[in-house]
Design a protein around this ligand. Sequence first.
Ligand code: FE2
Ligand code: FE2
Length: 471
Amino acid sequence: MIDLQARIPNNVDLADDKRLQRALEQWQPRFLDWWREMGPEGLQQSEVYLRTAVSVEPGGWAHYDYVRMPEYRWGIFLAPAEGERRIGFGDHAAEPAWQEVPGEQRGALRRLIVTQGDTEPASVEQQRRLGAIAPSLYDLRNLLQVNVEEARHLWAMVYLLFRHFGRDGREEAEELLARRSNAQDHPRILGAFNRPIESWLDFFCFAMFTDRDGKYQLASLAESGFDPLARTCRFMLTEEAHHLFVGETGIRRVIARTAELMREDPNEDPRARGGIDLGLLQRYVNFWFTESLDLFGSPDSTNAATYFSEGLKGRMNEGKAGTYDDHALLEGGVAIEEPASRGGVTTREVPKRRALNAMLVDGYIRECQKAVDKWNATLERGGVRAEITLPSPRFHRQVGPFAGQHFLPDGTLADDPAAVAAHLPSEADRAYVRELQDAPVFQRGRYANWIAPATSPIDRKPLDFEYVRFR
Ligand SMILES: [Fe+2]
Ligand SMILES: [Fe+2]
């Protein structure tokens, strides 16, 4: 069990390292300043029914209760050590995992940790205004749960910086509180984390697609030869599963409601009944799916090759028995798609280590497709003969060989950029969603008109539970 009364709850024996403890205790008030300034707006005094990590063991790791968010027990939790863990891949395979940062890998590891760490506060900033237009108390609670956990993930990364990177680490930790999502002069590091999340449709798509990229990155880092990073990421994945649930079921409920409204309307027009039409939803999916693909980096990447060779970042489930035979990846290649002349597409063979981003993204797309299949099953059950589809990875890219090219969601060449833009949310779409989502629904058990009621209880509470008490 974790001592939640400690000033910084942790399972890393912080009390035994006074210098580190003092340094983190100095960072803590600055973190809280950031949270009050950039965290969920107007809700800091409210009591929210949140889960808090109380243990890192797989069963019963969380405790639910009403908490005022500034009093949330943010802490430092690493998954338990696995005895004599060994590095599972790359040039250092079979050597004992590192408990301290190896000198040569310092720069690369710091970059990996800072890049991951930066996404955590960024998403809190992006989502800070959504509480005021929440479609239900249930959804509001889920949003705030995601927010406090992303802030805890920031703690997880900051701990590694303070503990293992000395002065540079402390400076990076300050920077993590100084950058701001979508700021002109000091933005967050990665593209998708600077895009505005102004509606609940954006939020659900973000939790479905962008958080899922996070899952794949964390799962790769959970294989790291740097053991403290691996253990940190393993525990973060436990929390992350809920974020993906929020996104996937959020969109599913939008779709279920759309199908219902289409059945009720003589012209099968959900907009006429105050709902969200499938064309608009498809454009949001197109946008957030491709923004999230960009987060994986280029499919042919020397950085990815270095991270693998050096034992810093493996493949998903690299260490799980039976998943892979080859942990060296020195032979063979992977075919990567590239644009060719006259709007054609060609493939080029890339050595496996350089193609790790491409391999990771393949698994990601398959997982996204499974969720989309469930959405389409909801449509079918609702009597609607239409489908949501994932756009081609050639469409709307800013990273990789298709960056700056103009391909359509079906993978064919577009005539001009306007033809591409027609498949992304327009200003009119955004205005419509803003109009639809301009007021919150805070009565217990009630939902906004554009979304179906929740069906999965939180902590086995009834669905009309008072998930948030406003103060
Ligand atoms: Fe996170
Ligand atoms: Fe997340």
